[in-house]
Design a protein. Structure first.
Length: 640
């Protein structure tokens, strides 16, 4: 039952509703029916501001004047992008958004609450509805919701105003968004303001607010935790009806009860669901169970939410990565999630799916989503189509004690939002010591890393954690030894790591980019070794090298034609096989991004080489590992 990939060029797709950009349901793993939400994407009023407002009082006073803004923007696209209708890449640190909307009259008739959702706003924002301040959010990569019920006017025109600050501070997590005027090297055009879907959701007065699922294939059960929120009601019995199905067939049905009223804040409903002989999730067999939750108070039905889950286990064992109790070789591709006309925002849902289809067509079984917290729709397609994911926090580029709290706050929100996706197998809070440049000598920065890793493990003990991807690891606080090494060719890779191989992986680790792989007080202790960045080969014919250089185009190495590119790629894979000790790799990269032209695809998603050729080569390192099958004798729970 392997999902068939059918990749297409980026702009071969049509939007689900061409009148509304990004019109698809924004949160597919926690879905109510179509009548319960209103997409607020599309044309908004827009204006740049010259300076920050000193106080919230000053902002409130401005909003009280009922301002209207002369400019317009297409939400959810950042003003720097072409699809926003603006395409201005110069610095504008402060901006205003506004739009009018009407809520369905049936929502008021049904006594519904209104939750205003923002998929992501970079970086700090304040929101007003009908001139009343309703909330704020700090952090540019993760969504948030506000209960705006007291401020809505049923049956009338409502107005939402958003004020955004996105300065060029390098202490805020910004990923690959460059803080200088022009893109260069591996840093790209900025994304400011609203860049994911804005939507209004109608929920009951008491409603389901969050779901957490924890599969356990060894005990053959699913642990379930549900948060309920809303008004305080009379102290009757609240209970949750759960229905589980697989490919449309019922698997399990049951109820869990919660005694007492649900008070302002939330209460948790918890239980375990038995799933004997479960169909397991993997890239080769991306089986997903459908989950339907219905909340009752006595005999009254309050809320219904549909979700899904995958039965999957990831672990390290005896120096290898194991998936579903079998050794599994990771063949990842670096994916930065940029698009030529829309930057960090995908132009449509099909483009998100298309990138996953391309990765699978090239023979990769996973992606390291690099320096970006991706749109939940991308994770949904990774779940559906079968692609392993390393979930990575965008970096800051300067550390101080005041920058720690917003970083941790946002990272914890990432862990909560993405927890249920079976595709996510690893958390990566830091990359290449970015934002912690002095980690080798700074006790404070070392402690910061250890604290973030400890918090990550406290939030999720079921996944792998990479402490500092690439180098300067602090020993076994992380689960993997990850190495970033852009040695140009396979023979060089063999030479650099030959001593490490011959010493039974105990000593003789090379220095990479003038950074040691371990800090002085740490040492290799047998963890799986992943070359989590390497390759980066560009395809630039020799005759055009000078032109490419003048345009700023670059790669970590260059191939003059497709045949040379294929042979260089094959050399890297053969070198990994001959070294023998790696548990996987992540090749740089899936697509070109602006001036960085070392993708297997061009920026507009056209292949530079036949994906089938790369897919065949990608089988080389996996020869020493058993391939995942649905009938493996090593795991009798794999059925299908």
């Amino acid at each position: 039952m392997q999902a068939k990939a059918s990749p297409r060029a980026l702009y071969d797709f049509q939007m689900a509703d061409s009148s509304i950009p990004r019109s698809e349901y924004p949160r597919p793993d926690f879905r109510r029916d179509d009548s319960s939400w209103l997409n607020l994407n599309g044309q908004w009023e827009f204006a740049f501001d010259e300076a920050a407002y000193a106080t919230t009082t000053a902002l409130d006073a401005f909003v009280a004047q009922q301002p209207h803004f002369d400019g317009t923007i297409q939400v959810p696209f950042a003003f720097q992008s072409k699809l926003s209708g603006i395409g201005d890449t110069s610095f504008h640190d402060y901006m205003w958004y506004a739009r009018d909307f009407e809520t369905p009259t049936q929502w008021a008739a049904d006594n519904k609450r209104g939750l205003l959702h923002f998929g992501a706003v970079d970086y700090y924002c304040k929101i007003w509805v009908n001139q009343s301040y309703v909330g704020e959010h700090l952090g540019g990569h993760i969504g948030f919701q506000l209960d705006v019920s007291p401020f809505l006017k049923p049956g009338q025109v409502n107005r939402v105003i958003v004020y955004v600050e996105d300065t060029q501070s390098i202490t805020q997590p910004r990923g690959k968004q460059f803080w200088k005027p022009q893109s260069e090297f591996c840093f790209y055009t900025r994304t400011s303001g609203i860049w994911q879907t804005v939507w209004l959701e109608a929920v009951p007065r008491v409603y389901l607010n969050r779901l957490q699922v924890q599969p356990d294939i060894d005990s053959q059960e699913l642990a379930l935790l549900v948060d309920a929120d809303g008004d305080e009601l009379k102290p009757e019995i609240y209970w949750l009806q759960i229905q589980v199905s697989l490919v449309g067939q019922p698997v399990w049905r049951g109820e869990f009860s919660l005694m007492g009223g649900i008070r302002a804040g939330n209460r948790k409903l918890m239980g375990n669901i038995p799933l004997p002989a479960a169909w397991l999730w993997s890239p080769e067999t991306p089986h997903l169970y459908d989950l339907r939750l219905t909340l009752f108070c006595g005999k009254q039905q309050l809320d219904v939410v549909e979700s899904y889950f995958g039965m999957r286990k990831i672990a390290v064992n005896n120096g290898q990565v194991w998936l579903n109790n079998q050794p599994y070789y990771l063949r990842l591709v670096l994916d930065q999630g940029y698009f030529p006309d829309s930057l960090l925002t995908a132009p449509n849902d099909e483009a998100l799916r298309g990138d996953i289809e391309w990765a699978k067509a090239f023979g990769f079984n996973g992606a390291r989503k690099h320096q970006k917290v991706e749109d939940p729709r991308w994770l949904y397609w990774a779940d559906r189509l079968g692609l392993l994911v390393w979930d990575e926090m965008p970096s800051a580029y300067e550390w101080n004690a005041l920058a720690e709290s917003p970083f941790i706050q946002e990272w914890l929100q990432v862990l909560v939002r993405d927890y249920n996706h079976p595709c996510v197998i690893a958390w990566v809070p830091f990359n290449e010591s970015w934002g912690i440049e002095q980690v080798a000598v700074s006790v404070d920065q070392q402690e910061f890393v250890r604290n973030v890793v400890a918090l990550t493990r406290a939030m999720d003990k079921s996944r792998l954690v990479v402490d500092n991807d690439g180098w300067e690891h602090q020993g076994r606080i992380g689960d993997l030894l990850t190495i970033h090494d852009y040695t140009a060719h396979g023979p060089h890779l063999l030479e650099r790591y030959a001593a490490f191989k011959q010493s039974n992986l105990a000593t003789h680790l090379p220095v990479v980019s003038n950074r040691p792989l371990f800090l002085d007080q740490a040492a290799y202790q047998g963890e799986p070794v992943i070359f989590s960045e390497f390759g980066g080969m560009s395809l630039i014919p020799t005759a055009f090298e000078a032109v490419a250089h003048n345009l700023g185009e670059w790669g970590y190495s260059n191939a003059p034609d497709m045949l040379a590119l294929v042979e260089q790629y094959r050399g890297l894979m053969v070198a990994l096989q001959e070294l023998g000790f790696s548990s996987g790799f992540c090749y740089t990269q899936l697509t070109d991004v602006e001036q960085e032209v070392n993708g297997l695809l061009t920026y507009d998603r056209k292949p530079k080489v036949d994906p089938a050729i790369i897919a065949a080569i990608n089988q080389i390192p996996s020869l020493t590992y058993p391939r995942m099958t649905e009938t493996s004798a090593n795991n009798p729970m794999l059925v299908g």
